[in-house]
Design a protein around this ligand. Structure first.
Ligand code: ZN
Length: 300
């Protein structure tokens, strides 16, 4: 059994029941601006599963401690040696395959399928977002049913800058409309809370000091409704979005995303274009690629 699923404590999350019927999962790695590495990813999955399996929980809040909601996927790869602690939730994730085959399998496991699984959690979920919410962080917010944004929240998916066509969980056109989503990705610009609200991506914008109480009140109101009706409403809404082509668009976008990574590998020797990287991040990615190449050499 996954070690993390057998315990109630987490290294990088807080799990609380702040009101009857409401579970709150808080990203709790503020010194890294809640960067999502392998530990947080599998702890999040365990926490979502815990909330979904608990009959006393009807609504799940996803919040974050510290200044920022989430700075995205942890590109420092500082937890790379801990991958074996967390068995895959799916049937992919064959990390020893050559070329970019390992990358496709790993990204499908830890970025696409696991985020899709949270999006399909059979209880309403609400993201409470403050500060910066970047790329992988945007995926986390997109996976939730409702988004409450603090006035200082701002969203950015700068994957194009890194040589990739949008984050792995590709909900952008369904959140913002096609034209704004294109502009947002083409420019890697920030989208502030007010514009996210006006375009229908965020449900509410509130004072930062009221983010926690407002989100909890909203969750409490929803938690008073019959759970089965909430589940069916969520399924119906998600089915409506999928009938609009979300799943097909997601599949295409993920395939193109992997094409971008493979192209970057061929041209730069990295899965992303290193020219836009912070030198420290570049060092981490270089070290990871060296490890992969060494492993491939040993196998051949
Ligand atoms: Zn990727």
């Amino acid at each position: 059994m996954n070690r993390k699923q057998s315990t109630d404590s987490y290294e990088q999350l807080l799990y609380e029941v702040p009101a009857e019927g409401v579970a709150r999962i808080t990203l709790n790695r503020p010194d890294k601006r809640n960067a999502q590495g392998v530990v947080m990813t599998y702890e999040l999955d365990a926490a979502f599963k815990r909330a979904c399996m608990d009959d006393n929980v009807r609504v799940i809040i996803l919040a974050a401690s510290g200044v920022d909601f989430c700075s995205g996927h942890d590109l420092s790869f500082s937890e790379i040696d801990r991958e074996d602690e967390f068995p895959p939730i799916g049937l992919w994730s064959q990390t020893k395959k050559p070329g970019w085959e390992w990358g496709v399998a790993r990204e499908k496991e830890i970025y696409l399928d696991i985020t899709q699984r949270w999006r399909d959690a059979p209880k309403p979920t609400i993201a409470a977002v403050q500060g910066r919410c970047i790329a992988g962080g945007v995926m986390l917010a997109f996976a939730c049913d409702l988004i409450v944004a603090a006035e200082n929240a701002k969203f950015r998916d700068h994957t194009v800058e890194m040589g990739v066509c949008g984050a792995e969980f590709f909900n952008h056109p369904f959140e913002l409309g096609i034209r704004k989503a294109k502009e947002w990705l083409f420019t890697s610009d920030w989208l502030d809370a007010r514009e996210a609200y006006e375009r229908g991506m965020a449900n509410h914008v509130v004072e930062h000091s009221e983010l926690e109480s407002f989100t909890l009140d909203l969750a409490k109101r929803i938690a008073q409704k019959p759970l089965f009706a909430l589940r069916m409403t969520k399924l119906a809404m998600n089915a409506a979005q999928d009938a609009m082509g979300r799943q097909d668009a997601q599949n295409t976008a993920f395939a193109l995303h992997q094409l971008c990574h493979a192209q970057n590998m061929l041209v730069h020797g990295f899965s992303v274009d290193p020219s836009s990287m912070h030198p420290k991040v570049r060092e981490s990615v270089e070290a990871l690629m060296d490890l992969r190449r060494e492993a491939e050499t040993r196998q051949s």
